[in-house]
Ligand binder design. Structure first.
Ligand SMILES: Cc1ncc(C[n+]2csc(CCOP(=O)(O)OP(=O)(O)O)c2C)c(N)n1
Ligand code: SF4
Ligand SMILES: [Mg+2]
Length: 267
């Protein structure tokens, strides 16, 4: 068990640039604690995105590379296929993963690449000044939806765990949050399970984490925590979404490949 006062070995001992009460710093620490707990730091390769966590490569004390503009899952795929002994994770925000990088996200899950995505859903483009993201809530104000997201103009929020839960290749999907101490503990458990899924060679894993962005939302830190508790969790329910456990997908036919033919069978 990690001591609260001790910095994980998997984090570099420097100050982070994140705003007060930003969720990124919390999640960085949890990912680092999981690397320490699992003893995988020296064989882990992480990919930093565009977005506020663009400097994640400064903070994680493992091999890191930059994967701009949503290409994280594609880069992770290449690294993992060429170095299967490594643990590979891609750290991405919602603008990065669910907008410009949605194709890479869906296809890597469908192919069941043995990689892990750490997905920060803060319902906004934090880095670029608070524009609307695919995950912005209906009615939520952003710099590109100043009167609030209007479904007639902007469509509906994208629920990434629910979307991926229809894909047989998604071995482990969970949505958590970092708005309370209990949820932070559950988030660490989920990240560890995602890494374990990869260690066990079971295929694609992703943890979607509802995370505070007080600056982009234009609210005080305490109100940012409340926004997750009172608004976000209602639209993005927490829980496990892996295909065999997700609502409505348990009885879907599972496709199996055999002898060059595609058979469809039930679990
Ligand atoms: C092709 C292209 N589109 C858009 C951008 C601008 N851009 C950089 S970061 C970012 C959004 C980041 O938002 P998100 O992934 O949600 O991360 P956050 O900052 O919220 O953590 C955008 C749109 C860009 N640099 N290049
Ligand atoms: S703008 Fe938002 S996501 Fe970016 S560092 Fe500040 S609080 Fe975090
Ligand atoms: Mg974001």
């Amino acid at each position: 068990m990690q001591q609260l006062t001790k910095k994980p070995e998997s984090l570099v001992d420097i100050k982070m640039h994140y705003c007060p009460a930003c969720g990124h710093g919390i999640v960085h620490r949890l990912v680092a604690e999981c690397m320490d707990d699992l003893g995988i730091r020296e064989k882990t390769i992480g990919i930093a995105p565009v977005g506020c966590s663009v400097f994640a490569d400064h903070y994680f004390n493992c091999d890191m590379i930059q994967g701009a503009h949503g290409r994280g899952p594609a880069i992770a795929t290449g690294i993992k296929r060429s170095k299967p002994e490594c643990i590979v994770f891609s750290y991405q925000g919602d603008g990065d993963l669910a907008s410009i990088g949605m194709a890479e996200t869906i296809h890597s899950a469908a192919r069941s690449e043995n990689i892990t995505l750490i997905f920060i859903n803060n319902a906004i483009y934090g880095m670029t000044g608070g524009q609307m993201a695919p995950t912005t809530l209906i009615g939520q104000r952003s710099t590109t939806s100043p009167k609030g997201r209007d479904v007639k103009v902007n469509g509906y929020p994208m629920k990434v765990c629910e979307l991926l839960s229809s894909l047989e290749g998604a071995a482990y999907l969970e949505r958590t949050a970092v708005n309370t101490a209990a949820n932070v503990i559950k988030t660490k458990r989920a990240i560890k399970k995602a890494f374990q899924t990869q260690i066990d060679g079971k295929g694609f894993s992703m943890v979607e984490i509802l995370s505070m962005c007080p600056t982009g939302w234009g609210v005080a830190p305490a109100d940012a925590v409340k926004f997750i508790t009172e608004k976000m969790i209602k639209i993005y329910p927490l829980g496990v979404y892996s295909p065999t456990k997700a609502h409505g997908t348990a009885s879907q036919p599972k496709t199996e490949l055999s002898g060059g033919k595609t058979n469809v069978s039930r679990n």
